[in-house]
Design a protein around this ligand. Structure first.
Ligand code: 5GP
Length: 129
């Protein structure tokens, strides 16, 4: 069965899209640790990051860096943190999280946004790509 992220990539489930190329896709996390929390995902469906082939791994990092730089410029923060967990969704993804404090990195501190706010955040990141 395709993962929830494959369904997002294929447009079967809506998302606040940030960027896409032939191999990778970025969108806002629906339950963000902080404003602008973004997920970068390889289109190739692999569960664990250490199982990616080296080329896809490096490509994902390059893609995440590009998105992360736009994110850092769009959302006021001390820096953008990068985390890989994957305990909830078994499809490799890199979390890019604008950090003000360590709480933003813990996944216990969550923030809520309206649909209009999510759309505005996504537009502001996209504009900086
Ligand atoms: P992890 O697998 O790294 O532990 O966490 C999965 C992340 O994906 C969580 O931060 C969660 O909020 C996010 N997530 C799960 N389902 C969806 C979804 O349907 N849409 C979006 N945009 N994010 C999701």
């Amino acid at each position: 069965m395709p993962s929830i992220f494959t369904k997002i990539i294929n447009g079967e489930i809506p998302c606040y899209k940030i960027a896409e190329d032939d191999q990778f896709f970025a969108f806002l996390d629906i339950n963000p640790n902080a404003k602008g929390h973004t997920l970068c995902v390889p289109k190739k469906e692999v569960d664990k990051i250490m199982d990616l082939d080296a080329e896809t791994y490096m490509g994902l990092m390059r893609f995440a860096r590009k998105v992360g730089r736009a994110l850092e410029s769009a959302v006021p923060c001390k820096r953008v943190g990068m985390t890989v967990i994957g305990l909830e969704v078994p499809h490799v993804h890199v979390h890019l999280i604008p950090l003000q404090t360590m709480a933003n990195a813990t996944f216990q501190h969550k923030e809520s946004f309206t649909e209009a706010e999510f759309m505005a955040i996504a537009e502001s990141i996209r504009a900086r790509l």
